[in-house]
Write a protein that binds this ligand. Structure first.
Ligand SMILES: [Ca+2]
Length: 343
């Protein structure tokens, strides 16, 4: 009887308003939230990263900003994919297309962007600038994770415009950089030791500012990106689902494989995205990093004096766990409404 009364009391407390619950406990009932900054529409892994997050059901994507050349079109691509995947309410805002200080000729992604934007989205991008959407979202959700899937221009400008956001970002996952460790200096024929990497090198002034901002950083660079792939077998299985979103992503991966005369393509952005909800999918080590600029090239170097910026560096992907998560998330998100049969 006594036990019953205790259980009844606990139940009544739980049925009451959230104010009965300690705030830390009530927070555990909610999914962690992530904000994505992306150059979606270039390589296909940004789209795959977004789909993985949506399909994981372990995080809530609460906003997206786009970066690096033609950000309006990139925002339209993000909106199109969200609509296909059944998540039409996530706010998307176009961010900065140029670099922070020194000019760099951006790579021409127009062909890939046009392929990604196979049909205009129903929604328009947010009237807010991408940087302002990021700032607003950080203030509304202190402790959130920001995932950077492209060059760091938007994040650098957000920090300059409103430095009060920095202590409110719980974690910043940066897909970019390349470090040299003896065991990781060779991956096939590609030398990754001290190599510059596209995202950070595309706006190296922004990268230096962001790494110096004091935000807890997880860096998922070139080495883990080269360890996991998607390929023709995945495309075949997705095509069989025959949902609009499965057809869309199958077409994008096929275009990527065809243009590179390849049977598989790397999943760098997916590694970073997955690290936001499953720390077991990667092996990390905290290392002091120094960002060196040689001419117009940036390199992420381990600081042997130990005085560099402490960064949680992703060294390896736990491949079994990664592929289990990836296939599960994709199976979930790609089971949407079926396309009309074309007769
Ligand atoms: Ca990207």
């Amino acid at each position: 009887m006594k036990l019953f009364l205790i259980r009844l009391l606990i139940l009544l407390l739980l049925m009451g308003t959230g104010s009965f619950l300690p705030s830390a406990f009530s927070k555990t009932l909610q999914k962690p939230v992530v904000f994505i900054d992306t150059d979606i529409g270039s390589d296909v892994d940004d789209a795959l990263a977004l789909l993985t997050l949506l399909g994981s059901q372990k995080v809530e994507v609460i906003g997206i900003s786009t970066v690096n050349s033609n950000t309006q079109k990139r925002a339209a691509v993000a909106l199109r994919l969200l609509e296909l995947a059944g998540h039409p309410d996530v706010p998307v805002a176009a961010g900065i297309g140029s670099t922070l200080l020194r000019q760099k000729q951006p790579r021409n992604w127009e062909k890939q962007l046009s392929q990604h934007l196979d049909h205009p989205p129903v929604r328009k991008p947010s009237a807010m600038h991408g940087v302002d959407l990021m700032i607003q979202t950080v203030h509304q959700h202190p402790g959130l994770t920001v995932i950077a899937l492209g060059p760091l221009t938007n994040i650098a400008v957000a920090i300059i415009k409103d430095p009060t956001i920095t202590p409110k970002i719980g974690k910043l996952i940066i897909v970019g950089g390349a470090i040299a460790l003896p065991a990781y200096q060779q991956h096939g024929t590609i030398t990754v030791g001290y190599k510059s990497e596209y995202n950070l090198n595309s706006d190296l002034d922004a990268a230096r500012l962001v790494f110096d901002a004091g935000i807890p950083i997880v860096m998922s660079g070139l080495s883990p990106a080269l360890q996991v792939t998607v390929g023709t077998e995945d495309v075949k299985s997705w095509q069989q689902l025959n949902t609009p979103v499965a057809v869309w992503v199958s077409n994008r991966v096929t275009e990527r494989l065809t243009s590179h005369h390849a049977t598989e393509t790397h999943l760098g952005d997916v590694v970073g995205a997955m690290a936001s909800y499953d720390s077991q999918s990667v092996r990390t080590k905290k290392l002091p990093l120094h960002l060196e600029v040689w001419g117009d090239t940036l390199r992420t170097v381990i600081d042997s004096t130990g005085t560099g910026t402490p960064v949680e560096v992703v060294l390896d992907v736990n491949q079994d766990q990664f592929y289990d998560n990836f296939h599960q998330a994709m199976a979930t998100v790609l089971h949407g409404k079926k396309t009309q049969s074309r007769e």
